[in-house]
Design a binder for this molecule. Structure first.
Ligand code: FE2
Length: 284
């Protein structure tokens, strides 16, 4: 259990539209679902009915894509009020978003854009996370994003930046293992070094996903099965961070629900293997 005392939810998958029907019809076995916050920050209608049904049967967490915590625009109070009321309504185990910016000058670019890794950015982002946590009246999780370029002005390694922001904001970390793998390839760093440097007591959730290989770079496309090397990195992370709630993300070429459920089961199996190998061997 991490120091920040988030619920030990187990192994879940992202709630995606093609699976609404099988989930609502049969309520299949699943520890928890992660939902995209913005899809449910609405006044009424079918999305809310769907989430109410899902929430009646499963724990959920809310994962946002538009907080734009790194932007130089003022925090969007309308957005935060809507997020706050959605969180009050659906009582997620936690709320998360990304360590990035998604727009400036009031425009949303709908992309998770990287930040310069500097002390100045740490202070800027940490202060904004603190304000968000005050408004939402809860500690949030911030996620490391995949990236395809770097700023010349960066003075910190990516993991130093993530750590400094989390420490200064006193927030938790959603560690995306696939994003670490993708960035390690794209920016030529050691993924194990990244995982070994992140403060263990702040890591409250893992993401696992598939990416696409474009030869000279990897793209975090969430449209493939999880690659063997990412599973291996996950096991390294479990060895260091323990039984952290783990979520399978799949956003394009979405397969049948059973495929996602099998990936969540595989995460559980690998976690058990790392944490209790003797017992597993004894029981076959
Ligand atoms: Fe992720």
């Amino acid at each position: 259990m991490n120091r920040l005392d988030f619920a030990p939810l187990g192994f879940g998958v992202g709630l995606r539209r093609p699976h609404y029907e099988p989930i609502l019809d049969a309520h299949p076995t699943m520890d928890w679902f992660e939902v995209i916050s913005e899809n449910f920050m609405v006044e009424g209608g079918r999305p809310l009915q769907i989430l109410e049904d899902v929430r009646a049967h499963y724990p959920i967490v809310m994962h946002g894509v538009s907080l734009s915590i790194g932007s130089s625009d003022p925090l969007n109070r309308t957005y935060l009020d809507a997020l706050r009321s959605a969180a009050c309504r659906f009582e997620p185990a936690w709320v998360s978003d990304h360590l990035c910016w998604t727009g400036v000058g009031g425009r949303n670019l709908h992309d998770l854009l990287p930040l310069p890794y500097t002390e100045e950015t740490v202070r800027h982002v940490a202060e904004r996370i603190r304000q968000v946590q005050e408004i939402l009246e809860r500690r949030i999780l911030i996620e490391n994003v995949s990236s395809y370029m770097e700023f010349r002005s960066s003075r910190l390694e990516e993991w130093e930046f993530l750590t400094a922001v989390a420490e200064e904001a006193d927030c938790a970390i959603l560690l995306d293992i696939n994003n670490i793998f993708v960035n390690a390839f794209n920016h030529r760093f050691d993924a194990l070094r990244y995982i070994d440097a992140v403060p263990a007591d702040r890591v409250a959730q893992f993401h696992l996903a598939g990416h696409s290989d474009h030869g000279s770079y990897l793209l975090d496309s969430h449209d493939h099965p999880i690659r063997a090397e990412v599973w291996a990195l996950y096991q390294h992370a479990v060895r260091r961070f323990g039984r952290v709630p783990t979520l399978i993300e799949w956003d394009d070429n979405i397969p049948d629900f059973e495929v996602l459920a099998a990936a969540a089961a595989e995460a559980r199996r690998r976690c058990d293997l790392v944490l209790a190998p003797e017992r597993l061997h004894a029981t076959g």
